[in-house]
Design a protein around this ligand. Sequence first.
Ligand code: ADP
Ligand code: ADP
Length: 230
Amino acid sequence: ENAIIAQDVEKWYDNNFHVLRGVSLTVTQGEVVVVMGPSGSGKSTFIRTFNALEPYQKGSITIDGIKLSHDLKNIEAIRREVGMVFQQFNLFPHLTVLNNVTLAPIWVRHWKKEKAEAKAIQLLEKVGILEQAEKYPGQLSGGQQQRVAIARALAMEPKIMLFDEPTSALDPEMIKEVLDTMRSLADGGMTMVCVTHEVGFAREVADRVVFMDGGKIVEIATPEDFFNAP
Ligand code: ADP
Ligand code: ADP
């Protein structure tokens, strides 16, 4: 029932900069949470702890019933549950779109090529980019590349998807196609945590909005309450 339980997570750097100052959040299955707040407030760092991309010093994180150890030893079990999409697509430039999507299923999940390709084709169709399957990332628009990145994450069949400012690097006309893809994922019941400045998306798609400032969560509310507060 609970997909993510983060309790009192604290992280500081060697220079004593305290980037997370006791952050707690529980996300239930199928819930869509949007994280907002000023630059440097710790949003990205916080959601990266869910995927074991970011070590932390105090607190606990449980993903789909698996407790993440501080030393990130059980990283592989966690990463199988959690897919992530970054601001800068991070596609492999020397691989075709199709091979970007099949890579992890073949090498991490040990799927046969045919099975991985069948799955990839299905996902590329879902994100509306099947015609580009044989192209290289550099031949695609930013919006198309980001949809490939979403398909690539989905190929691992994650239970949770994290989005870290997925539209911030995109031209305005491409933002909508990525947000529409995220919206249909949400409609399909995916558990999602999204760092984004897209107010329209937050209003229409989020179940809850989390506002961070100075390494803390300062508000958690429904979009109605969050955006219509006096
Ligand atoms: P947001 O996503 O809200 O913009 P971040 O999670 O990216 O915030 O916040 C990172 C903060 O941590 C920034 O203020 C950044 O300067 C600081 N930071 C990141 N890496 C280091 C580091 N290695 N040493 C010290 N401070 C760091
Ligand atoms: P983001 O793109 O998520 O905002 P940042 O700008 O916070 O990333 O960080 C980019 C890189 O610079 C990271 O590797 C981070 O560790 C490092 N960094 C950021 N702020 C600091 C800092 N104050 N001191 C040392 N390293 C930093």
